[in-house]
Design a protein around this ligand. Structure first.
Ligand SMILES: N[C@@H](CCC(=O)N[C@@H](CS)C(=O)NCC(=O)O)C(=O)O
Length: 205
C-alpha cells in the first residue's frame, strides 16, 4: 500500500491513520510546491491532482480524504477506527463531510490559496478574511460536537484524524487560537505515538 502525500498537507491525517493501524505502508512524496501534482507520473495516478491518494496492491487508487479514511477503517476493523452501529457511522460521515468539504475546502483553501477564488490580486486579502471566518465558525461548531469528550465519537476514530489536521493547520499554518476543547483535542492527538511518528516522518516535529 502506498500513500501519496505532501508534508503538512491534509494527507497528514491519513498518514496518522496508517500509523495508528500499524501495518507496513510506503510513503511517496508529491512536491505540491513545484507542481508535481499536475505532471506525470502523479497525474496518471490521480487526474484530480490532489493528495491524499492511496494506491493498493491490486493497482487501484482511492482518492478523497473521507473515502481513503473509510477504506482504511473498514479494512482494518481491529484498529477500531469507526463505530460499529449505523448511527455511529452516519455521525462519522457527517463530521467528515463537514470538516473536509466545509472547513478545509471552503475555509483553509481560501486562506492558503486565495488566488483560486478571485482573478483579482487586490481581492485576495478579502478572500482570506472570508476563509478565516469559515474556519472560525467551523471550529466553534466542532468544539460543540466534541463537548467534554476526549474524541469526537467518544473513542478515537477517523473523524479525529481529520480534526487533527485541521487544528494542526489552524495553529501551525494560520496562527489561529483554538477554542479550549479543540486545543485539548490537539494536545491529546499530539501525545499519541502514531501522531508523533507521522509528524516526525514528514519533518514537522
Ligand atoms: N477533496 C479532496 C481535497 C484534497 C486536497 O485539497 N488536497 C490538497 C492538499 S491539502 C492538494 O493536493 N492540493 C494540490 C492542488 O490543489 O494543487 C480530498 O478530500 O482529498
Amino acid at each position: 500500500m502506498k500513500l501519496f502525500y505532501s508534508p503538512n498537507a491534509c494527507s497528514l491525517g491519513i498518514h496518522v491513520l496508517l500509523e495508528e493501524i500499524g501495518k507496513p505502508f510506503e510513503l511517496v512524496k508529491v512536491d505540491l510546491a513545484s507542481g508535481a501534482q499536475y505532471k506525470e507520473p502523479f497525474i496518471s495516478l490521480n487526474p484530480k491532482s490532489k493528495v491524499p491518494a492511496l494506491a493498493l496492491e491490486d493497482g487501484s487508487v482511492i482518492t478523497e480524504w473521507p473515502a481513503v479514511a473509510w477504506y482504511l477503517a473498514k479494512t482494518n476493523p481491529e484498529a477500531h477506527l469507526l463505530p460499529t452501529t449505523l448511527e455511529g457511522e452516519v455521525k462519522a460521515l457527517e463530521l467528515l463531510d463537514y470538516m473536509v468539504a466545509t472547513v478545509h475546502m471552503r475555509g483553509f483553501t481560501r486562506i492558503f490559496r486565495p488566488a483560486n477564488f478571485t482573478p483579482t490580486t487586490a481581492d485576495e486579502p478579502a478572500v482570506q478574511r472570508t476563509g478565516r471566518e469559515v474556519v472560525e465558525a467551523g471550529f466553534k461548531q466542532l468544539a460543540q460536537s466534541l463537548g467534554a469528550k476526549a474524541y469526537l465519537l467518544g473513542d478515537l476514530s477517523i473523524a479525529d484524524a481529520a480534526l487533527f489536521y485541521l487544528t494542526h493547520w489552524g495553529v501551525q499554518r494560520a496562527k489561529m487560537t483554538l477554542p479550549p476543547a479543540l486545543a485539548s483535542h490537539l494536545e491529546r492527538m499530539r501525545a499519541r505515538p502514531a501522531v508523533q511518528r507521522a509528524l516526525a516522518s514528514e519533518g514537522l516535529s
